[in-house]
Design a protein around this ligand. Structure first.
Ligand SMILES: [Zn+2]
Length: 223
């Protein structure tokens, strides 16, 4: 699967890799993504040659809560607990940890579907995203997710309360060290989208943490 035409043509680099039905991919295939996600490159070694191919990409995955697809509706799921656990186990903890955002979605309300236009237009959102990208560029990165870990103290300065919140989550074991760095970068983006200034506050860290709650939902389902 990974050896696709897009990969051969170098389209994956700086592109978007969207994997639909994530739970249907073999675990070994999904885990192959860990290295390029971490390093932004793929190392290929053969008997006569070795090559490093650039592969910094945005990974987007979608999956149902279970194989029958009805797991989000109370009483509608036809899967056994074991089958549900097996389905989500395809995603290893380390791979899951590398997703900056993991969100459980439910079916939208009819009122939302037939309601009026959204409060904020796409053009307004695009303007805020553009601002956030420019802010990232001033820090030498294409986007905040690429901010080097070594520079986070400087590029994502936290208030005392924001730092304390991260520390509590680390001590409780609900956040890994890798996850903490990712949360910090996401909180930077939330602050930039709000044009909130250089200091990242507790509210933004809390929002970044809430955008990872899908991790815990998946981990609970597999036990
Ligand atoms: Zn089901």
């Amino acid at each position: 699967m990974l050896r696709s035409r897009a990969w051969d043509n170098g389209l994956v680099h700086c592109g978007i890799l969207f994997l639909d039905e994530l739970g249907e991919f073999p675990a070994v295939v999904l885990d192959m993504l860990r290295q390029p996600l971490e390093e932004g490159a793929v190392h290929v070694a053969r008997a006569r040659a070795a090559a490093d191919l650039p592969a910094r990409f945005l990974l987007v995955g979608a999956m149902n809560p279970c194989r029958c697809g009805e797991g989000s509706l109370r009483g509608a799921c036809r899967c056994s607990d074991r089958a549900r656990a097996r389905y989500t186990r395809r995603l290893s903890g380390p791979l899951l940890d590398r997703f900056d955002l993991a969100i459980s979605l439910s079916r939208p309300d009819v009122e939302d579907l037939v309601g009026g236009p959204p409060a904020e237009s796409s053009a307004q959102v695009a303007e805020r995203v553009c601002f956030a990208r420019l802010e990232a560029a001033t820090k030498g990165a294409r986007c905040n997710s690429e901010l080097p870990m070594s520079s986070l103290e400087e590029t994502v300065p936290l208030t005392v309360e924001a730092a304390a919140l991260l520390e509590r989550r680390l001590r409780s074991g609900t956040l890994s060290a890798r996850g903490m760095h990712r949360v910090r970068r996401v909180a930077r983006t939330i602050a930039d989208l709000d044009r909130a200034g250089p200091l990242v506050r507790e509210r933004q860290v809390a929002e970044a943490l809430s955008l990872r709650e899908g991790h815990s939902a998946l981990l609970m389902q597999r036990t």
